[in-house]
Design a protein around this ligand. Structure first.
Ligand code: DAH
Length: 339
């Protein structure tokens, strides 16, 4: 029995050294130490031993058991450490590797300028109003003092949807919609898309953007229009900017004017940007026509107002020195990423 025990000890030593997985280790443990294992099988024969031999063999058996338990434990620790090391190796992350750089988007130049314009007018106490792009002829023309046979309609090549419905050709119809819903004092700007049946070239597009302005209150004068737009021009193009008003005609304002700003490139001396004029036309405006106030439900005997309209594309092209309007719509990243 002594030899058997020594053989088990030696077999276990060799076997356990070879084991290379936790499952294998468990199998080996069962084989040597389990209830039906080799050691137990030997101990079952203890009864056959003499009284003197029994304690000696019993002690040896305990030693062998302790020895095997000891290696099983050591191997378990080693295997666990190996597994952990393997896992860590496979999950290794190089924290010094440079990150993936996600390209950051750019605001479209039209958005940049529109945001600035909004900021300027919001600072002067204006609200932002909106209206539909699919509009009634009534709001786009008639209520703005352009009856069906009015010659000024010809200057705006209109996309009609039905006889009475169209794509708005200007943001001016928002004036009527605001007056219908709000009592004076009114101070709004209305930015938005407008449509005209124009062929595309460097300065035309069938879709473009305008920003409308409307102020209605008691005792509003042309001086208020001039002061407001001068403050606007200085904020947008710099403190040295001057404006001038030239008489003009619009059906919905009386009197009407066009507003020029001193050329921001040459300061008024004359250069290619202002075509040698020293001035650049950027706005149309005037005192809201009494009929238009009336159409908006406002009594022209008590209230007066001024209005203006400005093309966002023009503002943007001058602002960034862009010479072809098509660049604003083509979404060419080489162009857009410059802003
Ligand atoms: N709606 C005009 C246009 O598209 C621009 C305009 C001129 C708007 C004078 C106004 C204004 O409000 O008072 O040409």
């Amino acid at each position: 029995m002594r030899e058997q025990l020594e053989a088990i000890r030696e077999a276990a030593r060799q076997e356990l050294a070879k084991v290379d997985s936790r499952a294998g280790l468990e199998a080996a443990r069962v084989r040597f130490l389990g209830k039906k294992g080799e050691l137990t099988a030997v101990l079952k024969q203890m009864g056959k031993l003499s009284a003197e031999e029994r304690p000696v063999i019993g002690q040896l058996a305990n030693e062998v058991r302790a020895y095997i338990e000891q290696i099983v434990e050591t191997r378990a620790k080693e295997l666990k450490a190996e597994e952990t090391a393997k896992r860590l190796e496979s999950e290794r992350i190089d924290v010094t590797m440079p990150g993936k750089c996600r390209p950051l988007g750019h605001k479209h130049p039209l958005t940049i300028v529109l945001d600035e314009v909004k900021e300027i007018f919001l600072g002067m106490g204006f609200d932002v109003a909106t209206g539909p792009e699919v509009e009634w002829d009534y709001y786009n023309f008639e209520a703005l003092n352009m009856p069906p046979d009015h010659p000024a309609r010809d200057t705006q090549d209109t996309f009609y949807i039905t006889e009475k419905m169209l794509l708005r050709t200007q943001t001016s119809p928002v004036q009527i919609r605001v007056m219908e819903q709000q009592k004076p004092p009114i101070r709004v700007i209305a930015p938005g898309r407008v449509y005209r049946s124009d062929a595309v070239d460097a300065t035309h597009s069938p879709l473009f953007h305008q920003i409308e302005g409307l102020v209605v209150d008691r005792d509003i004068t042309m001086g208020d229009l001039k002061g407001t737009l001068e403050a606007f021009a200085k904020r947008l193009y710099g403190e040295q900017t001057r404006i001038r008003l030239r008489p003009h005609h619009f059906p919905f304002t009386e009197p009407s004017c066009e507003i020029d700003v001193s050329c921001f490139r040459c300061g008024g001396k004359g250069c290619p940007m202002c075509k040698g004029e020293g001035w650049i036309e950027i706005l149309g405006g005037g005192m809201v026509h009494p009929k238009v106030l009336q159409n908006g439900g406002i009594d022209p005997e008590q209230y007066s107002g001024f209005a203006f309209g400005v093309g966002l594309e023009r503002l943007t092209m001058f602002r960034f020195n862009i010479d072809d309007m098509r660049l604003l719509y083509e979404n060419d990243m080489r162009f857009l990423s410059q802003f």
